[in-house]
Write a protein that binds this ligand. Structure first.
Ligand code: SF4
Ligand code: SF4
Length: 156
């Protein structure tokens, strides 16, 4: 019986027709693909990309208060930062912020504990193009933390 069923499936090209039917069903629908890198797929609202430092949008002033909480909470100790206090100012000035992107698991703990309001000093951005040609380039310094990771354009 099983043999006969298989025989008829083969003779009447059932599997082939099933495959063609799936192709026909999807042909009129718009394409799901993007012409990367000209087109980039929008990310989900809670997407966790590479970390980014933010400034006050109106004044461009530093929002990080150099509290060190992000560095302390990171399970892999990937953040190193430091600052100094200037006379007459309550908030420290951020001198350096080194972040080792190469071992980050994008858990988001560092951004979650960042206490500044209303602008969070440390966020997980929407940047996902993080490849570099060297390991050194995976250590982001303070300027790159503000500006974002420069995108490498790969060539053959
Ligand atoms: S996202 Fe997680 S692993 Fe990456 S730096 Fe922040 S706390 Fe560390
Ligand atoms: S937790 Fe936020 S405010 Fe504190 S040092 Fe890190 S980035 Fe700066």
């Amino acid at each position: 019986m099983l043999f006969l069923a298989k025989f008829f499936r083969t003779v009447f090209l059932v599997d082939l027709l099933k495959g063609l039917w799936v192709t026909l069903k999807y042909t009129p629908q718009p394409a799901f693909t993007f012409q990367y890198p000209e087109e980039r797929r929008p990310v989900a609202p809670r997407f966790r990309g590479v970390l980014r430092l933010q400034v006050e949008p109106e004044t461009g002033a530093q929002t990080c208060i150099v509290c060190d909480q992000c560095a302390k909470v990171c399970p892999d100790e990937l953040i190193n930062l430091g600052g100094h206090r200037e006379p007459g100012h309550k908030i420290k000035v951020l001198d350096y912020f080194d972040f080792n992107l190469s071992r980050c698991s994008f858990c988001g703990l560092c951004a979650e504990v960042c206490p500044t309001k209303p602008v969070k000093a440390l966020i997980m951005s929407e940047d996902y193009e993080l490849g570099t040609y060297s390991r050194n380039a995976q250590i982001l310094r303070v300027d790159e933390m503000y500006d974002g990771v420069p995108i490498e354009h790969y060539t053959r």
